[in-house]
Structures are given as structure tokens and as C-alpha cells.
Design a protein around this ligand. Structure first.
Ligand code: HPA
Ligand code: ZN
Length: 336
């Protein structure tokens, strides 16, 4: 096992499902709260960690939105993003496609430009000095209205060159993709690619809506697709990628035993599954910890791990040339 651990740590990896606000570690929460003179309802880092007991998605989301309240200035967003990049750089992540939740900030009076400029400038610096290429994905909060989504899109348009794709996250049940069909059509007209969280807690029908109504280019989670054999066959045939988040599923979404995590079944059924961390500060691990957890629990082979890793690079929103470069780095690692 230790050699497989070593192998995982050295693998060049792509992360395609990461909420930057979900990388806010308890220590940073204290730091930002202090410098912004915000009172936290916790006395210590241990207090915060003790609050991270979730039985479902909404438990987590309540704490996640509360936590991001400490982010106030462009420097905060820069520092948060930079800390994430340094962590994943140490884990040999060479490409990231990260979400940000603008409505979680603009609803608190933080200007859209403060948020995006802080995150984007850190990503640019990370590309220059750490060699991590990136795409930024603007996510709409699905518990908010279509109208609020359109308002956020308007705020985003002056920053269009910084945003590769749009996404859909937050409370899934009761907020099906169909609620945002017109918003996604408009985003497509503006030239954005798109993804959506679907089938994390929601039924297979939500995944079908994400494909047929939102016309997504990639699916986030998608776990519950496996309950529908026609949908599973369709996903396999289309080759659309799923950004799976093992530790997140364990903490939130009904995977009570990692030995029953569906990612191996996904591979066996020909789905293009990838490994990602979702909200690493809340779910107990970054990329390597996610790879390790499934590798151990599901007894994955080296070939399975390579497939997952290669899927990650094939599923990026990069140009064919960039994708080739990433895959070359993987092949180099495998041949040494
Ligand atoms: N699911 C839905 N919304 C989210 C998540 C998630 O895992 N993380 C941050 N927002
Ligand atoms: Zn997510």
C-alpha cells in the first residue's frame, strides 16, 4: 500500500471540482475574522472542526455559507486562492478548474469585482510561479431565483474573459436544473461552457434535465445516475465526464462506507469518472487524500488510478494543445 500511496502522491493530477470557498481552513477562518474584526461563534480551531458533523448536504451548506462570511477584501480572496494553490502544488496538481459562488458574497454586500479579481489574480500568479494552469467556473446558487441568477450573469459580463464556464450548486432537492433552463441558454449565447451539480442528492431525473435542458458539457457528482440503467448507458456512450468527490460523498451524500463508494462501478460501466475534492477544508482531504481513500477502500489497481487520472486531463476545458501537454506530463511520470 505504501508504494501505491507514493505512486498517487507523485501522479500529476487535474482537479475539476473544487469550491474555492470550501478550501477555507479553520485556521484561515480565524485569521480573516481577526483582520476584518468579525465575531465568530467559535472559540477555537477545535471548536470549528467539531462543528463539521454533517448528515446531509444542507447541514454542510449552512456552515459553509456562515464560514465564507469572513471573506471581505480582494486580499482575502487572493490569500484564500493562493493557499489552495500552494497546497495542491505540493500534491502535484498541475491543472485546476475551480468554482466560486459570487452570490454567497454579493448578497453580503461584497462587490462582484472584489471577489473575482482576488481569485483571478491568485490564479494568474499560480500559473506563472507554480506552473498550475486553470479555468474559473462561476456557479449559480440554485436555492436562489432565476431572476437573481440573471442579475449575477449581468454582473459577470464585464469579467467575461476571466470565466470559462458556469455551474450550478447549493441545495439540490427541490431546485431541479429545469429552474435554470433559460439562464443556461443565455450563458451559452454569451459563449460560456457549462456544468451543473446533479445526482448528488437529487434523483436521476435531475441528471437527465442537466443534460437535456441545461446541455451541460460536464456533470458534477452524478452519483445517482447509476440508479437508472438507461441513463448510465447514455452517459457511457456520450463520454461525458463526471466530477466525483469521494470524501464529500462520505461526509454528505449517503456513502456510509467507502467500500461501497460507486466510483469503481462507474469505471466498470464505462463512465468517465474523475477524482476531486469538492470542499477539502470541510470534508477531510485534498486530491491525494481523495485518491488514497478510494484506492484503499475499493482496492483499486494502478490501472484504475491511471484511468481516473487520465480521465481528469481528458475532461478539462483546455485547448487540445494544452490537454496534450498535460497528458504528456502524465505519460512521462508513468514511464519513469
Ligand atoms: N454540493 C452542492 N453545493 C455545494 C457543494 C456541494 O458539494 N459544495 C459547495 N457548494
Ligand atoms: Zn461541489
Amino acid at each position: 500500500m505504501s508504494t501505491l500511496k507514493h505512486f498517487i502522491e507523485g501522479l500529476p493530477k487535474a482537479e475539476l471540482h473544487l469550491h474555492i470557498e470550501g478550501s477555507l481552513e479553520p485556521e484561515q477562518m480565524f485569521l480573516f475574522a481577526q483582520r476584518n474584526k468579525i465575531d465568530l461563534p467559535y472559540k477555537s480551531v477545535e471548536d470549528i472542526r467539531a462543528a463539521y458533523e454533517f448528515t446531509e448536504l444542507q447541514d454542510f451548506l449552512d456552515i459553509y455559507y456562515q464560514g465564507m462570511g469572513v471573506l471581505q477584501t480582494e486580499q482575502d480572496f487572493y490569500d484564500l486562492t493562493w493557499a489552495y494553490l500552494e497546497k495542491v502544488h505540493a500534491q502535484n496538481v498541475i491543472h485546476v478548474e475551480i468554482f466560486f459562488d459570487p452570490q454567497g458574497h454579493t448578497d453580503r454586500g461584497i462587490p462582484f469585482s472584489t471577489v473575482i479579481n482576488g481569485i483571478y489574480n491568485a490564479l494568474i500568479e499560480g500559473e506563472k510561479t507554480l506552473g498550475i494552469s486553470f479555468k474559473l467556473i462561476m456557479s449559480f446558487l440554485r436555492h436562489l431565483s432565476e431572476e437573481e441568477g440573471f442579475k449575477t450573469l449581468e454582473e459577470a459580463l464585464p469579467h467575461k474573459d476571466k470565466i470559462a464556464a458556469v455551474g450550478l450548486d447549493s441545495s439540490e432537492l427541490g431546485h431541479p436544473p429545469s429552474k435554470f433552463e433559460r439562464l443556461y441558454a443565455r450563458c451559452r449565447e454569451e459563449g460560456f461552457l457549462s456544468v451543473a451539480h446533479a445526482g448528488e442528492e437529487g434523483p436521476p431525473e435531475y441528471v437527465i434535465e442537466a443534460l437535456d435542458l441545461l446541455k451541460v458539457d460536464r456533470l458534477d457528482h452524478g452519483n445517482r445516475s447509476l440508479e437508472d440503467s438507461d441513463l448510465t448507458a447514455r452517459l457511457s456512450q456520450s463520454g461525458i465526464a463526471l466530477t466525483v468527490c469521494p470524501l464529500s460523498n462520505f461526509k454528505l451524500a449517503g456513502v456510509t462506507d467507502m467500500r461501497r463508494h460507486p466510483i469503481k462501478t462507474m469505471l466498470d460501466k464505462g463512465l468517465k469518472a474523475t477524482v476531486n475534492s469538492d470542499d477539502p477544508a470541510y470534508f477531510g482531504g485534498y486530491m491525494n487524500e481523495n485518491y488514497l481513500a478510494i484506492s484503499e477502500a475499493l482496492n483499486l489497481s494502478k490501472e484504475d488510478l491511471i484511468t481516473l487520472c487520465r480521465n481528469g486531463f481528458e475532461a478539462t476545458f483546455c485547448t487540445p494543445e494544452q490537454r496534450r501537454q498535460h497528458l504528456d506530463q502524465l505519460e512521462n511520470y508513468l514511464s519513469t
